[in-house]
Design a protein around this ligand. Structure first.
Ligand code: ISE
Length: 335
């Protein structure tokens, strides 16, 4: 069976997913594309022979759409996720699931009503080989338990529309999720430090930021979020255990060695850096939809990350005070 996928959001991320589904992955085809900018939807849909819509609602209602892939901005995700769930369709929603805890709770409720896990959140780093090897080192127990997690999340630049809030709900959310994935526990408290700002930013941005979070067992996580680092897209992560450390490799396929030294190419965006992880994630989702099963991170994971975002924003608005993360009890449905 070929899964007939409807894409909501015809921007860069949506187009990258179209390209992987059409050219690299098996089992899926794009049959419809929606975007509030109808022309953008048409530009992506036409070459594929797919239908173009001006809204997610119309696309979700299309009986020829089996499953929905959402790649719009985080703050508009929630209504389309709820609609897709109410229509009984599997949905892969790019991160964040939603930008506020109440929106995430609406999604959890809608999903529980269907009695079936339909929502996958696009936390693609969970499919990255490096992070999985790091996790294996921890779970094997051979180096003891984790004490610290050092993260660096650097983007070359962001558009003027990008806000300081987005540095947390759109950028740091990756480390919030991957920390939960690596450590297997929830984040209990968080604060946000605001070092000297770079001059290479739009005036309204507080860039860089450092999130300092503590998990339930006391592991300390520090995450440098730096969205105007200029030179490239760079993700670093080091887990400190009792008897050793494990660090995420860089992005090299090759290392060039000449009179200037040893070096590897640096990519410029998450689409390149996590190309293989995205492919794994979307392929696994398509295969699962074919079998009428859920795959990947759940709506609960989306909620659990967003409540940490909420606490971090509160810290930022309160001079960097440490804020406890408030969560509902995990419903048995997500156990
Ligand atoms: C973008 O949406 C992503 O998901 C990237 O991984 C992240 O590095 C970037 O800051 C976000 O804007």
């Amino acid at each position: 069976m070929t899964v007939r996928i409807g894409l909501i959001g015809a921007g860069g991320m949506g187009r990258a997913h179209v390209s992987r589904i059409e050219n690299e992955l098996a089992g899926g085809e794009i049959v419809a594309v929606a975007d509030v900018n109808h022309e953008a939807a048409t530009a992506v849909a036409e070459p594929l022979g797919a239908r173009a819509y001006g809204s997610g609602a119309e696309l979700i209602a299309d009986p020829d759409v089996d499953a929905v892939l959402i790649a719009t901005f985080g703050k508009v995700h929630a209504p389309d996720v709820v609609r897709a769930v109410e229509a009984g369709k599997y949905v892969l929603c790019e991160k964040p699931l939603a930008t506020t805890a109440p929106d995430c709770l609406d999604i959890l409720q809608a999903e529980q009503k269907t009695g079936k896990q339909l929502v996958t959140v696009g936390f693609m780093r969970r499919f990255d080989k490096g992070y999985n090897e790091m996790r294996e080192v921890l779970t094997s127990g051979r180096l003891g338990y984790a004490t610290l997690l050092h993260c660096r999340h650097r983007n070359p630049s962001v558009p003027e529309s990008y806000t300081t809030r987005n540095m947390i709900d759109d950028t740091a959310i990756h480390e919030i999720d991957i920390s939960r994935f690596l450590l297997g526990e929830e984040i209990a408290k968080v604060r946000v430090d605001t070092p000297r700002a770079t001059s290479r930013r739009f005036e309204h941005l507080q860039d860089p930021l450092v999130l300092v979070a503590t998990t339930e067992s006391g592991v300390l996580i520090d995450d440098e979020v730096n969205v105007n680092i200029q030179f490239g897209y760079s993700i670093e992560c080091e887990l400190v255990l009792e008897a050793g450390t494990v660090r995420l490799g860089d992005q090299e396929h090759t290392v060039l060695r000449d009179e200037s030294g040893n070096r590897n190419a640096i990519c410029s965006s998450h689409i390149d850096r996590f190309h293989d992880a995205f492919n794994q994630e979307v392929q696994q989702w398509i295969r699962a939809v074919e079998r009428d099963e859920h795959a990947g991170s759940t709506a609960w994971d989306g909620y659990a990350a967003t409540v940490v975002v909420d606490a971090a924003i509160e810290s930022l608005e309160n001079g960097g005070r440490e804020i406890g993360v408030a969560m509902i009890e995990k419903p048995a449905f997500y156990a």
